[in-house]
Design a protein around this ligand. Structure first.
Ligand SMILES: CC(C)(COP(=O)(O)OP(=O)(O)OC[C@H]1O[C@@H](n2cnc3c(N)ncnc32)[C@H](O)[C@@H]1OP(=O)(O)O)[C@@H](O)C(=O)NCCC(=O)NCCS
Length: 147
């Protein structure tokens, strides 16, 4: 794999974020949603680039000492090489810089790769939200990490 560049994303990155999001999720955020979030200082998105192409991204939203991992995704052909870990580390570091104490997220019950990733970072299950997801309908597992 070529050298990767990790950087904070800005509003102009919304189109490429939306494209990768569409490849990775059945209910993707739109380009407008990304644009709005990237215009809001409560959000922070980081992206991993290979040869100038976005191959993974992660988003964080914080309010006072609470934070949420909004989304994290790696391009299909780049998975299993540690990029998810790099992105989640960057989000945890940014959350700490912002003074977050509790970092939350939700994940599809059947999403074993993501659940393993979160568990390996010390996220713990604190509940289930019934039928939270659509396409297909599925429970969300709620997880929290104390920073
Ligand atoms: C979840 C996701 C971001 C992981 O990205 P990745 O780059 O493949 O992850 P990494 O290579 O950094 O692996 C990190 C850890 O995740 C877990 N993991 C990754 N792929 C896995 C798989 N296929 N099966 C089980 N565990 C897996 C492992 O614990 C792994 O650590 P290890 O290699 O030390 O065992 C990626 O699978 C993805 O983009 N999925 C689609 C989008 C998505 O579901 N996002 C999460 C929404 S909540």
């Amino acid at each position: 794999m070529n050298e990767l560049d990790l950087r904070t994303l800005s509003k102009s990155d919304a189109p490429m974020l939306a494209l990768l999001e569409k490849e990775c999720f059945s209910c993707p955020w739109s380009e407008d949603s990304f644009y709005e979030c990237l215009s809001n200082e409560r959000f922070c998105f980081v992206g991993l680039f290979e040869d100038g192409e976005l191959v993974g991204y992660g988003g964080l939203v914080t309010v006072l000492d609470e934070g949420d991992v909004a989304n994290i995704a790696v391009r299909t052909d780049k998975r299993g090489r540690g990029l998810g870990k790099t992105l989640l580390s960057a989000l945890c570091e940014e959350a700490e810089r912002r003074g977050v104490t509790y970092l939350h997220l939700e994940v599809r019950e059947s999403n074993a790769p993501a659940r393993r990733l979160y568990e390996s970072f010390g996220f713990q299950i604190d509940g289930i939200r019934k039928n939270y997801y659509t396409k297909p309908q599925e429970n969300a597992v709620l997880m929290t990490k104390k920073l």
